[in-house]
Design a protein around this ligand. Structure first.
Ligand SMILES: *Cc1c(COP(=O)(O)O)cnc(C)c1O
Length: 502
């Protein structure tokens, strides 16, 4: 039973060259947190351009033209959005605020797509500017057409978002979604388009499936190829298929660590080893009458294929009923490929720093508790089911004032690997940064920093709150030019230097 205490169960992060260099040789992260407070988010605009280029290479490899739209909802960073505005990327906006932000960052309307639920103001501004509207259903299509006529706007490009695709083969894959129009309702949708030829221009069809399943996406992509045919038979001229987002990120460096950890969790839930989690939390697993039940409700943190490589694999797959590769069929359909990656385009584009405030020994001999100046909302890894270790950045001698001794009992010698619980700064029993025991190479000390890697996609923005009037993290943009690191506040970043150079 002592295995859990003695053998570290690391979940080491995958680190690309950019964030690795930032952690190794970037601006002093300690000095930045001293100045700007904890938590602090750092984004790397250069990395998002690198990721975009990988998606572009996949399109070229399949001889496809198209556009990669950043799903804005995955980030609150102005620097990352503005940096992409200077590239050939598009942006997918899902609210009035995101649309305003994208336009203000320099995205011209031809490179903006409006998705998601739309209120009248959002739809009006989208139509007024002539951005492509990814329509959810007949009601929205009609609302858009009426706006265009009423305000005398130019013909509005629309993409029809479809859902509930099935195959004609023996297997039917159909998933219910809140969004999109069932492919079975495509006919009536086209009837509606027929009534507004002056107002609406159907430029394509698409889907977004929030799943890692490539089977399901292959069925959806084939369904879109059929829908394009149907539009053409009805006299429309669609020219794009939008495959949405959901290409995924591999957060961990080692598949073996992930397998080891998940099997250890199973053992712990079965009571065959010490708990790995606060209160024996099972992440979806439980025991009933001695047998394991439930399903692991975690993001697959190690993924052999993710991001642009996932798109590549999808395009290489044979279409479920047509049999030939989806990429080839797409090419023959003369359609552009649109994709809307959020998480995958933001892979490795940022990290979150939190200061250690206190290290408290557990009176009952359990793992020490490390209290941080950040909370579970600031680093939403647990909320998104992503398990990955933070990196320990000790406060070196002479780098500034020590924030004071921890209030707890001395947890003992700080040599060697140790499993700890990471506690947040809210006065809430549930405010654990993660409910699992996190293994660190040594026991942290007050004043040290923990760097949570790869938080730019969703984790640093989506769940941050002002609960208890704790500070929301400041955000800085950092990058290396000719061996020198530069940084600025996120909102002060523009892809041009103050002297006008780029
Ligand atoms: C959230 C969302 C995306 C991005 O999803 P990721 O999993 O982050 O790639 C793309 N398109 C739409 C319509 C979305 O709602």
């Amino acid at each position: 039973m002592s295995d859990a205490i003695d053998a570290p169960l690391y979940l080491e992060p995958r680190l690309a060259a950019g964030p690795a260099a930032l952690l190794r040789s970037g601006p002093s992260l300690h000095a930045l947190v001293d100045a700007l407070g904890s938590p602090l988010n750092v984004v790397l605009p250069g990395q998002v351009e690198h990721n975009l280029a990988e998606f572009g290479a996949v399109l070229r490899r399949h001889h496809l033209s198209g556009r990669i739209y950043l799903a804005h909802k995955a980030t609150g960073s102005s620097a990352l959005v503005r940096h992409l505005a200077a590239t050939g990327a598009g942006i997918d906006v899902a609210s009035l605020g995101e649309l305003q932000h994208a336009l203000g960052a320099g995205f011209v309307p031809g490179r903006v797509m409006a998705t998601g639920p739309k209120d009248p103001a959002f739809l009006w501004l989208a139509a007024r500017c002539g951005v492509t509207v990814n329509v959810d259903g007949p009601a929205e299509l009609q609302a858009a057409a009426r706006l265009v006529r009423r305000y005398g706007l130019p013909r509005l490009p629309v993409v029809l978002r479809l859902s509930e695709f099935g195959t004609t083969g023996p297997r039917t894959l159909s998933r219910r979604s809140r969004f999109g129009t069932s492919v079975k309702e495509l006919g009536p949708l086209l009837d509606l388009l027929d009534r507004y030829p002056d107002a609406l221009e159907p430029v394509g069809v698409g889907y977004h499936l929030d799943t890692t399943s490539a089977d399901e996406k292959a069925v959806a992509l084939e369904g879109c190829l059929r829908a394009v045919e149907e539009l053409r038979l009805r006299g429309f001229a669609p020219r794009a298929i939008d495959v949405g987002g959901g290409f995924g990120v591999s957060y961990l460096a080692h598949a073996a660590q992930w397998e080891h950890w998940t099997s250890a969790l199973t053992q712990a839930v079965l009571g065959r080893r010490e708990p790995l989690t606060w209160g024996g939390h099972g992440y979806g697993l439980r025991v009933e009458h001695g047998t394991l039940k439930g399903a692991l409700a975690l993001y697959p943190a190690h993924r052999p294929v993710a991001g642009a490589a996932y798109l590549d694999e999808l395009l290489l797959r044979p279409a479920p009923s047509l049999g030939r590769p989806l990429g080839t069929l797409l090419l023959e359909s003369l359609c552009d490929l649109y994709a809307e990656p959020g998480r995958a385009l933001l892979d490795q584009c940022g990290l979150t720093l939190g200061r250690v405030l206190e290290v408290r020994a557990d009176g009952a001999g359990g793992p020490p508790q490390v209290r941080l100046a950040l909370n579970a909302g600031d680093v939403g890894l647990e909320d998104h089911g992503v398990l990955v270790d933070p990196l320990l950045l000790p406060r070196g001698a002479g780098t500034g004032p020590h924030p004071g001794p921890g209030r707890g009992a001395d947890p003992g010698p700080d040599r060697g690997p140790v499993g700890v619980y990471l506690m947040g700064n809210l006065c809430l029993e549930a405010d654990l940064i993660t409910r699992r025991i996190v293994w660190l190479p040594r026991l942290p000390q007050p004043g040290d920093l923990l760097a949570f890697p790869n938080t730019a996609g969703y984790c640093m923005d989506f769940t941050a709150t002002r609960a208890q009037r704790q500070p929301v993290a400041r955000k800085i943009a950092a990058g290396e030019e000719g061996g020198t690191w530069r940084w600025c506040l996120d909102e002060q970043y523009w892809p041009v230097t103050s002297d006008g150079g780029t």
